[in-house]
Design a protein around this ligand. Structure first.
Ligand code: KMH
Ligand code: ZN
Length: 271
């Protein structure tokens, strides 16, 4: 089995300081959180930028600060968000890709998202893939519903993305695919040979789905973007706390954890 890639989604766009006082918001806080996650065993950090008052933003300069500050502390892979927050325009969302980060997310379809709709039209998806290709940025496909896998494979047919393909199943968002073991098995079955996958279980599905991924040869995403509770009713005090738990579980279950360079090799990123 491949070594385990642990991604930590540090901040997201929806969680606020009212939800949890431990949320990293400023570039310094995000970089410190990334560093602690890397020390704990994460090889990728998934990053969303915020204004100083906590408002989600795709501002290129804030992303630039985050990327530089993280790189100054540790060799973890920085994966920028192109999802941003619901309601942002495609142009707004694409800004951080022009900084040529190592990776960026690419949501491959439109989906209900709580009370909102997270819009990703076929045309926009192709444009996002093309801009990533032009800037040498490797996409991670964010899959909120099963049909989105087909949309990603269409990009491959059109030459807008290249193998190896890497998917992240975001499961348990209200309005999207529920985070059940049966659904995870169904998603995995749809993948082509040679593709890798991780799972980001939202809320209480995070721990069971992470455990399944460790056992099944997938990879794991944890972090405040998806879940703020360490256990029922108890807030996690840091992103690193989630990473530490995944590392402990992996050890118990006999799965080795990948370093950032090992993850780069698996994902087809230059070393
Ligand atoms: N904030 C969500 C609407 C991504 O980062 O690419 C979208 C999201 C996906 O978080
Ligand atoms: Zn995100």
């Amino acid at each position: 089995m491949q070594k385990l890639i642990i991604t930590c989604a540090l901040t997201g766009a929806e969680v606020t300081r009212e939800h949890t006082p431990y949320l990293p918001i400023t570039p310094d806080e995000i970089a410190e959180s990334a560093y602690r996650c890397w020390q704990a065993g994460a090889s990728i950090v998934h990053v969303h930028a915020r204004e100083s008052d906590g408002t989600p933003t795709q501002d290129k300069e804030i992303y630039r600060q985050i990327i530089e500050k993280v790189a100054a502390k540790c060799p973890v892979i920085v994966q920028v968000s192109t999802g941003g927050a619901v309601g942002m325009t495609p142009e707004e969302r694409l800004q951080p890709v022009t900084l040529k980060p190592e990776m960026a997310t690419l949501t491959v379809g439109t989906v209900n998202f709580g009370d909102d709709v997270f819009m990703n039209t076929p045309k926009d998806i192709e444009r996002f893939a093309q801009v990533m290709q032009e800037h040498g940025v490797r996409p991670e496909f964010e899959v909120f519903e099963v049909g989105m896998i087909t949309n990603a494979l269409r990009l491959l047919k059109k030459g807008l993305v290249s193998e190896p393909l890497h998917f992240d199943f975001v499961m348990g968002v209200p309005g999207a695919i529920p985070g059940t073991p049966e659904n995870l098995m169904h998603l995995i079955k749809q993948l082509p040979d040679g593709a890798s996958w991780s799972v980001a279980g939202v809320g209480r599905s995070q721990l069971p789905l992470s455990t399944m991924a460790i056992l099944l040869g997938g990879h794991v995403r944890v972090g405040f973007e998806d879940n703020i509770y360490y256990e029922k009713g108890v807030l996690a005090e840091s992103n690193a706390q989630f990473v530490e738990r995944v590392v402990r579980l992996a050890k118990e279950l006999g799965r080795e954890v990948a370093t950032p360079d090992e993850a780069r090799k698996m994902l087809g990123l230059p070393l």
